[in-house]
Write a protein of this length. Structure first.
Length: 133
């Protein structure tokens, strides 16, 4: 049977990976959005975004197996917002000149809705670890 300290360390490691992956995924969405808006480095930005998305997907899958329900709920909420933003980005990115307004709105959405959901996830992970804010 796993000791309490081993369980805590396992969650801590998972949380670091998940937090890093979520933040990098969101950062790469912003980078891709910027590339689309300026028509510069789009292919490279998309490649980086896809790599970050896969890393996030893998860390989320690990978290599903070991985190407590409170953290899992925050994780699901962040994942929902991340995936919705990614879907919008993919749809609008297919024709950036046609969807310039939507891309500008998506940029605001990332800052107002998606980043805060990742922050809420981080807060729930810190609370589970007993880290004071």
């Amino acid at each position: 049977m796993e000791s309490q300290s081993e369980s805590l360390e396992r969650r801590r490691t998972c949380y670091i990976t998940l937090n890093t992956a979520a933040r990098q995924y969101l950062t790469e969405m912003g980078n891709y959005l910027h590339a689309l808006q300026h028509d510069e480095g789009v292919a490279a930005a998309l490649e980086s975004l896809e790599a970050a998305r896969m890393t996030y997907r893998d860390s989320y899958a690990e978290a599903q197996m070991i985190v407590p329900n409170a953290v899992l709920a925050a994780s699901r909420a962040a994942k929902k917002r991340l995936n919705h933003a990614y879907g919008d980005l993919a749809r609008y990115g297919a024709e950036p000149s046609r969807y310039a307004g939507e891309l500008a709105n998506l940029e605001r959405h990332l800052h107002r809705e998606v980043w805060p959901s990742v922050g809420a996830l981080r807060k729930s992970m810190r609370a589970d670890l007993g880290v004071d804010d």
